[in-house]
Design a protein around this ligand. Structure first.
Ligand code: HXC
Ligand code: NAP
Length: 294
């Protein structure tokens, strides 16, 4: 008799999903690689021999990235950079090329998000999330591709998305719209740049809780009673599961995969109930009083 055991757990962090040395001698850029999922992705590339360039705004996040890469024995360049700033991005790539070489892989992981009923968002709050998540991803892709094209080199881009790109994300209108843009941009760029040897994919994490999550996101998750039981997999995701998928997409074994969005969420985004549960308005879910324009 089948038991409801959920999807099996993955191997522990540190297990290799690809042959040793898959990224030996290559440079991999990870934006926002000092925290959470970006740090986990950087770690998997490091385990496979890559040297890393981590771009992020906050010195403590850059320091965390340095410590993590040191522990794995990987060379790392930690570069302060706000991905909303095209000049800062160009300067970061100059530094990476001076120190290492032109990167073989770019992972656009940095993003911004906080939950809010849409009617409560200020214009600047909306702009900030879209600017970091969508415009920042565009600026990074643009700078990287221009350098690859000028050098006549191949490369691989992995953009980190979110499944509400397809479904909409009540309580996250700004992030949801921005991630839809990231997924769509991936599809355009894969076609435009494929002829020049540049592969562009998108990778979507499911719920993968971690200690670096912002207070807003942690608060939102705390309202979910049992995170495991709320997933068809009967468990949340583990960070290394995203890291393995990122390294695979950027590896020689995935060269014919481009313009694809890979979802690593145990089918959570496809879940529908046979009988619809009652609707709870977002304001109520967030414990907010009725809208008051003042
Ligand atoms: C409403 C908010 C807000 C909040 C900021 N703002 N936080 N509005 N609710 N919780 C508003 C501010 O009031 C301001 O608008 C505008 O947003 C810009 O705020 P700043 O603090 O000046 O912006 P900045 O310093 O650039 O910081 C960006 C940030 C911050 C997004 C606000 O949280 C950040 O740096 N985040 C980076 C990390 C992150 O977001 N990680 C989440 C990734 S997880 P006004 O009008 O006052 O000027 C993810 C998927 C999770 O994406 C999926 C979960 C299910
Ligand atoms: P996180 O820990 O908050 O990481 C976000 C990173 O982005 C931080 O390291 C931050 O570093 C960096 N960043 C933000 N704004 C930046 C900017 N303007 N310039 C440069 N770097 C910037 O979030 P996470 O949970 O690891 O999420 C990583 C990715 O997965 C994001 O794209 C997110 O949307 C996606 N995702 C996560 C989940 C989940 O369950 N965690 C689910 C779906 C999608 P600084 O503050 O130092 O700049």
């Amino acid at each position: 008799m089948a038991t409801t055991q959920g999807l099996p757990r993955p191997p522990a962090p540190g297990a290799a999903a690809l042959p040793d040395g898959t990224f030996d001698g290559t440079t991999v850029v990870v934006t926002g690689g000092g925290t959470g999922l970006g740090k986990a992705i950087a770690a998997e590339f490091a385990r496979l021999g890559a040297r890393l360039a981590i771009l992020s705004r906050k010195p403590d996040h850059l320091e965390a990235a340095r410590r993590a890469m040191d522990e794995l024995g990987a060379e790392v360049a930690c570069i302060e950079c706000d991905i909303r700033d095209a000049d800062a991005i160009a300067a970061a790539f100059d530094r990476i090329e001076e120190r290492f070489d032109l990167p073989a892989v770019l992972v656009n992981n940095a993003a911004a998000n906080f939950p809010s009923p849409t009617e409560d968002l200020s214009p600047n709050a909306w702009r900030t999330v879209v600017d970091i998540t969508l415009n920042g991803t565009f600026l990074m892709c643009r700078e990287y591709a221009r350098r690859l094209l000028a050098a006549d080199r191949a490369g691989s881009i992995v953009n980190i998305g979110a499944s509400y790109a397809w479904t909409g994300g009540p309580g996250f209108a700004h992030s949801s719209a921005a991630k839809a843009g990231v997924k769509n941009l991936t599809e355009t760029l894969a076609v435009e740049w494929g002829p020049y040897g540049i592969q562009v994919n998108c990778l979507v994490p499911g719920l993968m809780p971690h200690e670096d999550m912002t207070a807003d996101i942690k608060g939102n998750l705390a309202a979910t009673n049992d995170k495991d039981a709320c997933q068809p997999a009967l468990r949340v995701g583990e960070r290394q599961e995203l890291g393995w998928a990122a390294t695979f997409l950027a590896s020689p074994y995935a060269r014919f995969i481009s313009g694809h969005t890979l979802v690593v969420d145990g089918a959570n985004w496809q879940r529908r109930n046979l009988v619809s549960p009652p609707v709870t308005p977002i304001r109520d879910q967030m414990g907010r009083p009725p809208f008051d324009e003042d």
